[in-house]
Design a protein around this ligand. Structure first.
Ligand SMILES: [Zn+2]
Ligand SMILES: [Zn+2]
Length: 260
């Protein structure tokens, strides 16, 4: 099959690699129909190179059609249309029982003291071949894949693999009180979606960034924005918009490798 492989800093290539096969009863094989590129992939493109093997297959935001399942996989079957979450979790360990799926003890990468294994994301997260490929082996497939209905286009669903639940969870964990307000720092994909989800849920949203197009995109969707280029005191700018008090909650969506 064809897959996107890593070869060095700023050097990724689509090339032929062996087709994946079922190795464990809890595996599934997916024929990928749609896959997204994530901001997290940019770290691999640049600074995380020391932790990637040459030829590793990248990608962690795919969806597709189930081709084959192991004997332990019963909630999906060949022909089903599925979204594959970034985290690879077993669904039944100590951490999974507490909904801390990113810390799954079954797939956790203890060698590097990191969390649960991830698709296409370096030795730090299990060096599991990723989803920017024609086919994907899905470990722990008795738990991870989410079945979606036939019909609506992939774009409606592929966000469920990573960015949309990440953003939703940020709003959830911000615990904004009823009728309350939130400041969102950073208006990349997660910040944009967090801001819009918070608006959708009826909260007042103030967002901070310094890239004009990002600010404009947020403004188009009913978000009040602060251009960090215009002030050397962002907290004071937030306070001045909120009766001197600040917002009830804050979401930090700046991420790593932020510049400026
Ligand atoms: Zn992602
Ligand atoms: Zn688990």
């Amino acid at each position: 099959m064809k897959a996107l492989t890593w070869h060095g800093k700023r050097d990724v290539r689509v090339e032929e690699v062996p087709d994946p096969a079922i190795k464990e009863p809890t595996d599934a094989i997916i024929r990928v129909t749609t896959t997204a590129i994530c901001g997290s992939d940019l770290h691999l493109y640049e600074v995380l190179g020391p932790f990637i093997g040459e030829g590793d297959v990248l990608g962690h935001e795919p969806m597709g059609i189930v081709e084959e399942v192991g004997a332990g996989v019963t909630h999906i079957a060949p022909g089903d249309r599925v979204v594959i979450p970034f985290n690879i979790s077993c669904g039944h360990c100590y951490m999974c029982d507490r909904a801390l799926f990113a810390q799954c003890e079954t797939t956790q990468v203890r060698e590097y003291d990191t969390g649960a294994a991830l698709f296409g994301y370096t030795k730090l997260y299990g060096e599991v071949p990723g989803g920017q490929a024609e086919y994907l082996r899905v470990p722990q497939a008795h738990f991870g894949p989410i079945k979606v209905p036939e019909g609506p286009p992939d774009e409606r669903f592929v966000y469920l693999s990573d960015v949309l639940p990440t953003s939703w969870q940020a709003v959830e964990w911000a615990e904004i009180p009823d009728g309350g307000s939130v400041t969102v720092f950073g208006l990349g994909p997660i910040g944009q979606m967090s801001a819009r989800i918070a608006r959708h849920r009826g909260y007042r949203v103030i967002a901070v960034d310094l890239v004009p197009e990002r600010l404009e995109m947020a403004r188009r969707h009913g978000i009040e924005v602060i251009d960090a280029n215009d002030t050397d005191n962002v907290p004071e700018a937030v306070r001045s918009m909120t009766g001197g008090r600040g917002t009830d909650s804050v979401i930090d969506a700046v991420g790593m490798e932020a510049h400026g």
